[in-house]
Every structure is written in C-alpha cells, then in structure tokens.
Design a protein around this ligand. Structure first.
Ligand code: ADP
Length: 296
C-alpha cells in the first residue's frame, strides 16, 4: 500500500532518454572497412530513461516519463511500450528530430560495440519554454539528456519538495552546482571512479552515495556513515539491466517512504533478479517477483 501523500500526483517522475535499440548478432565484430552479414537481428525499447521508468512501474510506482521522441515509427513504438507498462506519457513530446537509436553489435563471445544516435533526446527540456515537472515524491534522472536539463530538473524537483535521485550514466563531469542538488546518487564502480570517488561526491554536496558493486552488492555512504548491503544470491546469466532494476526498485521504495537502506536492500534483490533473464526491459522484475524472492 502506498503511503505517498496525496499532493504528489506521481510516485516517480523519470526525466530521461528513450531509444530504439537495434541489435545485430554477429560471428565477430567488423574491422574498419569490413562488411559482414549478421546472424540475427532484434529491436527493443531502450535508453536508460525508458529502462528505469519501466523498472519503477513494475515495482508498483505511479510513474511519469518526461522525454522526447521523433515523429517516426520508433517514437510510436516507444510511447506504446511506456503506456503498456502503465506509465504516464503526457510529457513525452514529439520533436522534429529522429527518435534516439542505439546500434548494438554483439559477437559470439558476448563482446559488443555500441553506437548511440542521441536524436530527439538532445531536445529534452530544451526546445520548449520551460521544463515542467509533474508533482512527484521522487524525481529520477540519468545523463543521456542535456546537462542543463538535468540541472534545471534538479532545481525544479527541489523546489517542488521531491527527493532527487541521479544515476550518473553514461559519465559526464558534474560540478558542485549540480551535485549539491542531488539527494541520492547511484553510480556503479566505474562511474564512481570517474566521478572522483565517494568522498568527492559527498564533498560536492550529495547527501547519500549508493555505489553498486555488481555481484558484491551495494555500499551506502553518507557524511557520517558507511554501510553495506549484501548481494542476493542468484545464478546470473546476463547482467544487462541490473543497474536499471536496482535504481527503479530503489526509487519506488523511496517514494513509499522507505529508508535508504531498506530501499537499497529491495533494489539489490531486484538487481539480482534482473541478472537471471537476458536483455534489459525483459529482465526488469515485477514487485510480485521481488517480494516473493525476499520472503523465500
Ligand atoms: P550496472 O548494471 O549499472 O553496472 P551493477 O552491475 O552494479 O550495476 O548491478 C546493480 C545491482 O544489482 C548490484 O549492486 C547488485 O545489488 C545487483 N547485482 C548485479 N549483479 C549481480 C549478481 N551477479 N548477483 C547478485 N546481485 C547482483
């Protein structure tokens, strides 16, 4: 049962990217100048914004997505994916640029190479008068949209009394002007190192740093404490989507009023379950499967 106060129209608002992922399965990755024929091909919904919005919604959060797609089939497809998950798309704008795309080549050993065309994602919060965020308990962002939009959305979220959660991925340098507006930052180990480490983030004004350590679980750091959340034991088959599942469950639990360590513990179970299914969106667990795993 949600304990979210009535004045918040949504539990979580995600301001982020929406991509169509085009995945070619290959025997080997092409060398410069080489043309090869793919063994298989598939298209999926992607972008860290979409993935994390779906993760929140599957965890039972009333979720809205703020983003941009183009006036094309990929945009229609992505809107449909979000709406099928019960996510509010009132603030998913159609702009005069192609929908974002990620061209993903995967070889027989699982090695990959990815080319992202940002397209419409470059327009999030930019090409209209002012960024408007619906009232939400939690505002969740990543770094696949313009940094000025991230800063504006963080400011707006603070003004509206929302808790701000930032996944600094893919890494971009963030100044204290941005970081001091972040309540909870969630880097993985690589992103944490790129940000200068936990202490640098705390010194810049972030209140809580949650560092995800893959199969080693999660560390929670504040100015006054450091605690660990043990991993949930699973047989992993594909770690894609683990971080998104963790952040979605964390944000949904924070919106319900959970403490950060309780929310991170639920997130760790969601992240672990995501590694038991291939792909990103298909692997994001439901609230039912996460609660079942916790109660086992
Ligand atoms: P990212 O996908 O962003 O690199 P991580 O790999 O750190 O994120 O995964 C996010 C969280 O998911 C971890 O902190 C952990 O709780 C859980 N997780 C990921 N991989 C495993 C695993 N092999 N076993 C158990 N839990 C995992």
């Amino acid at each position: 049962m949600s304990t979210t106060p009535k004045e918040f129209a949504f539990d979580v608002v995600v301001v982020g990217s929406a991509n169509l992922d085009l995945v070619a399965t290959l025997d080997h990755l092409p060398k410069p100048g080489e043309t090869i024929v793919a063994l298989g091909y598939a298209e999926h919904a992607g972008g860290k914004g979409v993935n994390q919005a779906v993760a929140c919604a599957r965890m039972g959060a009333r979720t809205a997505f703020v983003g941009c797609v183009g006036n094309d089939d990929a945009g229609v497809f992505l809107r449909g994916v979000l709406e099928n998950e019960g996510i509010d798309t009132t603030m998913l704008r159609v702009v005069d640029m192609p929908t974002g795309r990620a061209f993903i080549n995967v070889d027989s050993r699982g090695e990959n190479e990815i080319v992202v065309i940002s397209g419409a994602n470059t327009q999030v919060g930019i090409a209209h008068d002012a960024l408007v965020l619906p009232m939400a308990r939690v505002v969740l962002m990543q770094l696949e949209i313009p940094l000025t939009t991230v800063r504006n959305a963080l400011q707006l979220a603070r003004r509206n009394g929302a808790l701000t959660v930032l996944n600094p991925a893919p890494f971009k340098a963030l100044d204290a002007g941005v970081l001091s507006l972040v309540d909870v930052i969630v880097p993985n180990e690589t992103e944490s190192a790129a940000c200068g480490g936990t202490q640098a983030l705390l010194d810049a004004g972030v209140k809580t740093v949650l560092t995800t350590l893959g199969e080693r679980g999660v560390v929670i750091n504040t100015h006054t404490s450091a605690t660990s959340i043990a991993p949930h034991q699973v047989s992993a088959v594909d770690t894609v989507g683990a971080g998104d599942a963790f952040i979605g469950a964390l944000s949904a639990e924070l919106a319900r009023g959970a403490t950060i360590s309780d929310a991170a513990a639920v997130g760790a179970v969601a992240g672990a379950l995501a590694t038991t299914v291939r792909g990103a969106v298909p692997s994001l667990p439901t609230q039912f499967s996460v609660r079942s795993a916790i109660n086992k």
